[in-house]
Write a protein that binds this ligand. Structure first.
Ligand SMILES: Cc1cc2nc3c(=O)[nH]c(=O)nc-3n(C[C@H](O)[C@H](O)[C@H](O)COP(=O)(O)OP(=O)(O)OC[C@H]3O[C@@H](n4cnc5c(N)ncnc54)[C@H](O)[C@@H]3O)c2cc1C
Length: 386
């Protein structure tokens, strides 16, 4: 066991940080308040080799590890928190499921464009009546000759107002075994994208409506029985989500630390007040503890899928700590922290969402209970005894 980065990892972290300082520092504040996906940043990152870090070289990626991608998120977020979303998209999001299970035809058609920073994929999983209970999803895919006909509605999909293609969870038949996924292009007849709506973070999402939307069979990503594979690769998404939560908490912490070294009240710098020193001690310990759990999940997964229990623990901890630390850091900036002059309030708003997205902290705790007691706890109402 070794708690140090390797020489290669140190070098990579250093390179990413220098790239971020050179290209992303200048407009970091402006970028956080722009709801549009920063395609300019995505193109820069593509040229820098930061898109597809975990994707095989044969598929146009870098053939690196999940830990490399976590390092990239940390370094980018330490300079420009909003740009960490691009690292997420290019390495942890639906793009990764797509690279893992997509056919040659599908990869050729969409993956290269995403890795080049020219297009984004959006994940259509949640529905109005199927959020945490995702297996209740009702969107259907019915075979019709060489096509599939899609009907249903999706909500909350990140990047949906701009995405070129959507990875949509569908039901081919009843039960969990009937769930799989398809790829649907923007502009396909029968596919309507509703007006953009705003999350608390400022990000936009649109309702997705499929009304007898006909897609070719080549667009099937995973057929019936694909749900387990989708959730296994969703664990990767969860690692990216955890890494960003923590990185934004750390960004806010660093900003607050610098501020408390120079801001004076009662004739002394704020860092001399014990009430604030103890806050920083708590923040630091929490950030370090959560980071170890994140690194464990990422390193043990290497380039495969991370273990569900380690991802669950990492997500639970990082989502809570990222938000708590960002929120506490805001407090130490006083009134300034509550303005949009610094990125600290953005880090609070943004990290709040990750306690809900990608499996809420309550669902992570339910999963923990199953790990602890080594048995399944159905969340469904008990069946009436006959
Ligand atoms: C920032 C953000 C980005 C998102 N991006 C996407 C995306 O790209 N694609 C996509 O498909 N979806 C996306 N979502 C949606 C997200 O996956 C859902 O919001 C999430 O799964 C929760 O579902 P829900 O909102 O319907 O809440 P509900 O499932 O209705 O839950 C409401 C509350 O009850 C709790 N709860 C529910 N069931 C239980 C239980 N059994 N035990 C204890 N507590 C429970 C939940 O934790 C939550 O606190 C995003 C959401 C957010 C906030």
């Amino acid at each position: 066991m070794n708690f140090e980065f390797t020489e290669e990892q140190k070098l990579f972290a250093d390179q990413v940080r220098r790239f971020a300082q050179a290209h992303l520092a200048k407009d970091a504040l402006k970028r956080a308040h722009d709801p549009r996906f920063p395609f300019d940043v995505a193109k820069l990152m593509s040229a820098q080799g930061l898109m597809g870090i975990t994707i095989a070289e044969s598929d146009g990626g870098q053939g690196g590890s999940l830990m490399d991608a976590v390092i990239a998120i940390e370094q980018v977020a330490s300079v420009c928190p909003r740009s960490a979303d691009v690292v997420q998209f290019g390495n942890f999001g639906p793009i990764r499921t797509f690279a893992e299970y997509g056919t040659e035809y599908q990869k050729k058609k969409w993956l290269a464009e995403c890795l080049a920073g020219n297009a984004v994929i959006s994940l259509g999983m949640s529905e109005p009546d199927a959020g945490s209970a995702v297996t209740d999803l009702k969107t259907t895919a019915k075979p019709d000759g060489k096509n599939y006909v899609i009907n249903g509605t999706k909500v909350f999909s990140t990047f949906s107002p701009e995405a070129a293609v959507f990875l949509v969870y569908v039901r081919y038949g009843p039960g969990v075994g009937g769930i799989g996924s398809v790829l649907i292009e923007r502009g396909t007849p029968g596919f309507t994208i509703g007006p953009p709506q705003e999350f608390m973070s400022g990000e936009l999402w649109s309702e997705l409506h499929f009304d007898n939307c006909r897609i070719p069979a080549e667009n099937v990503l995973l057929g019936p029985g694909g749900f387990k594979k989708q959730i296994a690769s969703f664990n990767i998404e969860r690692l990216g989500n955890s890494a960003r939560s923590l990185a934004l908490g750390r960004y806010a912490y660093n900003t607050a630390r610098d501020y408390c070294l120079t801001r004076e009240q009662f004739g002394r710098p704020l860092c001399e007040f014990q009430g604030l020193q103890w806050k920083f001690a708590d923040m630091k310990v929490k950030l370090e503890a959560a980071r170890l759990l994140l690194y464990r999940a990422a390193v043990n997964a290497d380039r495969g899928f991370p273990a569900a229990d380690e991802t669950t623990i990492a997500k639970l901890m990082c989502n809570q700590i990222g938000f708590e630390v960002a929120n506490e850091a805001l407090q130490t900036l006083g009134g300034l922290g509550y303005t949009s002059e610094t990125l600290v309030e953005y880090c609070v708003r943004r990290s709040r969402g990750w306690q809900i997205a990608g499996g809420s902290i309550e669902m992570m705790k339910n999963r923990m209970a199953e790990i602890i007691f080594e048995r399944r706890f159905s969340q469904r109402p008990p069946r009436a005894k006959t």
